[in-house]
Structures are given as C-alpha cells and as structure tokens.
Design a protein around this ligand. Structure first.
Ligand code: ATP
Length: 469
C-alpha cells in the first residue's frame, strides 16, 4: 500500500470540528465519564457508562471476530497484567520505555518535549541533547518561563507484590499486552499445535504514566490494547508485514470509518522504537490532527531472541517440513480499544437538517451500535400496546441489545435513538392490534417498513447480517 503522508490536515476535514461536541455527548448520553468525578477526577482515567461499555465491548468483539474467530491461523490469549519483573528488563522497557520530560522553572508544569509547539519533529537523538531547548528557543507554553533540559522519564507504573514494600517486591503494571504473548509463545504453540506462520491475539488493560495525557480518551494512563503477534519464518516477515498493514487499515473502513480520514505513515529510521525493523502507523484525522490509531511493526527476532537468552529457555521453533530450527520473527499489529472506540464515535457523528430541525445522528455500524433496536409504543396509555412492546423487546433481547422507551412522544424518542446510534426503531401502534404488524424505522434513511410482529426479529437479524456484508 502506498504511504500517504502528502495528505495534509488542511486537505481533509475532521468529522467533528470541536472535540467538545463528542465530550459533551459522551457525558450526557452515558458513553464516557471522567473517573472519580465526585472527588474532582483523576487525570487521564475515564469510565465507560452504559452506552460506552456496549460500544467498547462491540469494538473488542469486532476485532476478536476479525483477528481470531475468522482466522484458522490465529489463537487467543489472556495473560496477567502483572508479570515477572525480569520480563520488562529483557524487553527493554526498564531501560528504554521513556519519554523526554521538560519542566518549567517558574510554573513547574511538565511537558513531553515532542509535544511542545516547535519541537514536534525532534528525533530521539535531539531529545537526548541537553542543549535542545536553547537550540530551538523553546519556552513554557503556559507562562513563557524557562524550560529545563530534557530528562528521560520512564512511563511504567509500579506497585508492590506481597506484604513487604521493598525494592525486591516491585512489579510493573504492564505498559503493553505484547510481552504476555512472547513469554507464552512456546506454551501456546505446543498446546495449540499451530505451525508457523501463526498468530496469538490478546485484548487487555495496559498502563502508562503518560507525561501529557489529554484530548479526552486519546491518551489515557489506563487503557486497553488489542494486539496480535504473528510468528513467521525470518524470510517471511516482509511479506507478512505487507499483508497485515492494508488488512488493519481496511478493518476500520469496514466498520464505517471514512477512508479519506485514514492514512498510513512510515516511521523514519531515527524514529523507530528500539525493537522495530519497520513500523507503519495507521493514522486517523482527529479534530486535533492526524494521530496514530494503530501501529504495524516488524519486530524481527528481537523479542523471542532476547527472552530466550535472558531466560535460558529454548524458544526456537522446529519446522518439521524442512527440519529447520529457528527463532521466529514477529509482525505485530497493535491497536488501542479506547482509541478505536473514540474514533468510531467521532467518525459516526453528523448533524443534519430534517424538516427545519437539527437532527444529530451517530451513524455507527450496526455491529458497533450500543443498541441494535429500540422498541417504542406509539400510545403508552394503551396497555395492550405496551404489553406487545415489552414482549417484543424481551424476545429481541435474547439475540441482540434491545431497549424499550416510552418516556416521550415518538418524534423525541426517534431523535434520542438517532443520537446514540441505534440503527432501527420498532413502533407498535393502534393498527398493530388489528393487523399484528409493527413498523421498522431505519436510522439513516428514516424510511419505514411494516412487518408482521413475529417477523420483526428475523428482519433485524437479516439487516444486521446485510450490514456485515
Ligand atoms: P505514542 O508514541 O503516541 O505515545 P506509541 O507509539 O507508544 O504511542 P504504541 O506503543 O504503538 O503507541 O501503542 C499501540 C496502540 O495502543 C496505539 O496505537 C494506541 O491505539 C494505543 N495506545 C497507546 N498508548 C495509549 C494511551 N496512552 N491511551 C490510549 N491508547 C493508547
């Protein structure tokens, strides 16, 4: 796939100009709240409300479906958040997983150097240069005060394991899920009897003590990753990389993200992480610029090679067809579940004018929508109508997330469901009592179709299958 860094911010408009639109919708409708809000919150930790947890679970389910369920060459794993501390020494995280931190001498605010205006493009070598602040003429964006020389700040969060809080008891909260996969490579390969090439996929929490978190849930200190490590023969890594990159970009498009708001960007040699031979980011045009959504990395034999040396265990793979022993190379796809959910939320948002009124719609893909269907009585005073609706909702709920609502007039009920992305509303009216039919209303086209009540579930499931293609 061609790299497209020539696409600039100016040429592609974000789906939403002002991030506050999404932040306030999220709070008002129950997608995302600040953590511990009644105590003033805790920086860069967010909680998912009733709709947010559905959306994020759907994102993870869609990823698992594409990466595990539909593949016969990838299996799943759920490793612990806490790992033997040596893992993080071997992986290079203790020595290398740090960002350049600078501090203002007057207001004492701290910044990540490469997020300061004028320093966005500094290379790792520049970031290690004590004179870089002076050279670039950087000052504190808050009060213009003088900034310190950059120092490396390790992003791993620590805690203690066991009753004694001493150095020997220190363990890390994993900053990525990938290491759980590497240290289980032999277990998984032997128990699943998979032959190289094959992959191991995992979804789980990761923690990073980010220096400058922000932009809502874009950069959090506690978040979830969806990572897949694909183990290949060393000479197959390049082809595997070229296969995975377009696949991963297409995943976002299949789930509704506008192709124009996606691009790929290759890391320059000076920018490559310590483990990477090649790295390309899938980027999205957020309201605050083009930013990484997911990274695809050729990690060579860095991980299994280092873990084999440090643990003294043999992590080679024996290929029975060629009788070769080798350390597999790894191609990794590393995505964030929160960042993906955030992206789908932003990209789905639209405002339209319908009969002179503003209509807010979350055009979420039906697989991602928190509720697939809302069941709405046209007359809540008629107990027979309410009764039919309640039964219909209960029946639908055996297969999909379905909600009943009778707390407003029908126009308002539709608007509420549009705003949270419910693809279909089913209404039961007085005629239903005679003809045994209900109306299915489509979120996007707003067209309505009359369907026998006993056929409603089939119609919804058919529409969901059609949306999946
Ligand atoms: P950056 O350079 O922006 O700090 P990174 O390159 O270190 O990010 P990776 O280590 O490649 O990020 O992480 C893989 C994926 O995990 C990212 O593409 C992103 O989707 C997600 N991710 C990483 N850090 C965070 C975070 N602090 N909050 C939310 N998601 C994150």
């Amino acid at each position: 796939m061609p790299d497209t860094p020539s696409v600039t911010d100016e040429q592609v408009a974000p789906a939403v100009d002002d991030l506050d639109t999404i932040v306030s919708l999220s709070k008002r409708r129950g997608f995302i709240y600040p953590s511990s809000e009644i105590y003033g919150g805790i920086n860069a930790v967010w909680d998912y409300g009733p709709l947010g947890v559905e959306l994020k679970n759907n994102v993870k389910r869609a990823w698992w479906r594409a990466m595990v369920q539909e593949r016969d060459d990838i299996v799943g794993l759920d490793a612990g958040i806490l790992m033997a501390p040596q893992v993080w020494v071997t992986s290079g995280h203790v020595a290398e997983f740090s960002d350049p931190l600078v501090e203002c001498a007057t207001c004492h605010r701290r910044y990540r150097l490469d997020e300061l205006p004028g320093a966005e493009d500094v290379s790792p070598a520049d970031a290690a240069d004590a004179a870089i602040i002076e050279r670039l003429g950087l000052t504190c964006p808050n009060d213009g005060g003088p900034l310190s020389a950059p120092r490396r700040f390790n992003l791993m969060l620590k805690t203690f394991l066991g009753p004694v809080e001493d150095e020997a008891a220190i363990v890390y909260l994993r900053p990525e899920t990938a290491q759980g996969i590497y240290v289980n490579f032999r277990n998984v390969q032997q128990s699943s009897r998979k032959k190289v090439p094959f992959g191991i996929a995992q979804i789980g929490k990761a923690f990073r003590n980010e220096i400058s978190p922000g932009n809502f849930v874009f950069r959090m200190r506690e978040f979830e990753q969806m990572e897949m490590q694909f183990f290949v023969r060393p000479d197959g890594a390049t082809a595997a990389f070229e296969d995975w990159l377009p696949r991963r970009r297409a995943w976002y498009e299949t789930l509704g993200v506008a192709p124009a708001r996606l691009r790929t960007r290759e890391h320059q040699p000076g920018e490559l992480a310590h483990y990477a031979k090649k790295a390309v980011d899938v980027e999205y045009r957020f309201p605050f610029g083009w930013k990484e959504l997911e990274g695809v990395h050729n990690r060579g034999d860095f991980d299994l090679g280092n873990h084999a040396r440090a643990s003294g265990e043999n992590l080679e793979y024996f290929d029975p067809s060629t009788e070769e022993h080798y350390i597999p190379w790894i191609v990794e796809t590393s995505a964030g579940a929160d960042r993906a959910a955030f992206t789908f939320l932003i990209d789905a948002y639209r405002e339209e004018e319908v009969r002179g009124e503003k209509r807010v719609v979350l055009g979420l893909h039906p697989d991602l929508a928190p509720y697939k269907v809302a069941v709405l009585p046209l007359l809540k005073k008629r107990s027979e109508i309410v009764e039919i609706c309640r039964r219909l909702r209960a029946d639908l709920a055996r297969d999909v997330m379905a909600v009943y609502d009778d707390t407003a007039a029908i126009g308002k009920l539709y608007r509420r469901q549009d705003e949270i992305g419910t693809p279909w509303c089913v209404t039961v009216d007085v005629d239903s009592l005679d003809d045994g039919a209900a109306t299915i209303r489509d979120r996007d086209s707003m067209t309505q179709e009359r369907v026998p009540i006993e056929g409603v579930k089939r119609a919804i499931l058919d529409r969901m299958a059609a949306a999946r293609g």
